[in-house]
Design a protein around this ligand. Sequence first.
Ligand SMILES: [Zn+2]
Length: 509
Amino acid sequence: MLVGRQNNRARPQQRMRVRTAEDVAHRQRKGVVPAASNAHVGGHPFARLADNECLYQYESRSKAAFDKIEGVLRQIAQYQHRVDFVSQAQHITKQEFGFALPEQMLDNTWVAPLDMKAIYAWCVFETFHRFADEFYSTEPLAHPQDQQFQAFLESCGFHIFDVSPCADGRLAHAVRYVLRLPHKHVRRKSYAGAMFDVEDSLQKWVKIEHIRHREGKPNAASEPTRYLKAAMYHYSSSQPDVEGCAAHGSDSVKAAAEALGRLEAFQQGVENSFCCGASIDLMLIGIDTDNDSIRIHIPDAQGRISGECFIDAGDVYNQTRHLNASNDLAIVGDLLKEKANEFGVQPSDGMVRMITRLILNNISQIDYVRKYFKGSYSDVGHQERFIGMGIGFEEVQLRNLTYFAYLKTVEQGAKDLDVGIKIFTGLNIKRGLPAPVVIRYDYHGNVPGARDRAVARCKCLDLAMRQRFPEQAEKGLLHTLLVVRDCNADNKIEVVASSVTPEDTGGHH
Ligand SMILES: [Zn+2]
């Protein structure tokens, strides 16, 4: 069905790390990765090709900044016993990264070896800092229909779209890339296995409904719209038993069933806790992390969802590749209704509009993977560059960049964190490189004392994590950057501490 899939299946070195352009070139020479060909792939009539180009530019440039770190540091390490080491090292890093290293990390190399683990972590953190600054100052992922989205959502009968994908880094781009929605207007909260916290969602629901009553935002409480909650599970079509969801033992049926169980518990929670017909609408989405193709399970008019009745965007892509784009919405809508009929399911008109839009949007993403990644990502498995722990990370909208552990306390999020450290043991620690962990707490600056509490929470998380992984912390295999952000002010992030350079607050630029 998809270009390159056969190659992938036969590829034993599939989980090899792709870090640098040289690596890729080397693997291409060995025939591990198919060399770029001029054959045009993608170009579906419904796909937004100009959007794809912008999104690809941003993704490739952002990841390249992280991926060159290792190669550059290897280069620097060769010079550590030379007299002019410091100036050599600074010359290379400035040229390659656009920033210099802190001098104190390079001094005294004639008596003690370079602490490459710390330097590596410092570079990852500095690169992250620059990446986040760019995100908030230039808005590289601004959505072309940013302003129209809320009106569209309300026209479908909803006032908020709240998505909980799995915390797996291969779903971090779910909102802006896979679903092609404006990240500013969609609530995203990730959990291992998409097993979102029902109480947290209930609190969010209460807050949203309260604001509708008090302020009429995003629409008045008298409007008959509902809260739409989605859970996103995942699977791998090329390696279903290995590269599926770690939290569900790569069992896609179990992943879907358990995510659905959470959705139903949330719906029940709302109905049981609040009278007067209070309820929410549910959506269950599955994603193939090899190629970003989604399936959406179609709820009936009562909101009931079954495991079997879903529409697959990959199928729609193939069925519509030679059709005229001027009717795209109607064509996809008809395919959806056909599918629902097959199972005797009758979704509401608003839900049909919403799912149709998401499937159509996903066709652009399938096309994106076909064009730029030959139909299937070469990093089918984990390839995250750092762990993001705490609350926040709006700036991370890219695939396989960050493993998320959303948590308020380490005890509460222990499972998510353990999975993250396990993943980074394979990616970094096994090779002697530290797991870089960005500890983050977003706060509302209009609440007195909120910043101080956010800083204190970061420090608390830092300490608790070191206590949970004492051996790694002791050996310098765990490095942390503590960051807060005032999400009311739409501000940049603020670095408050770092384990690499404990004496300064990290205000490098
Ligand atoms: Zn997962």
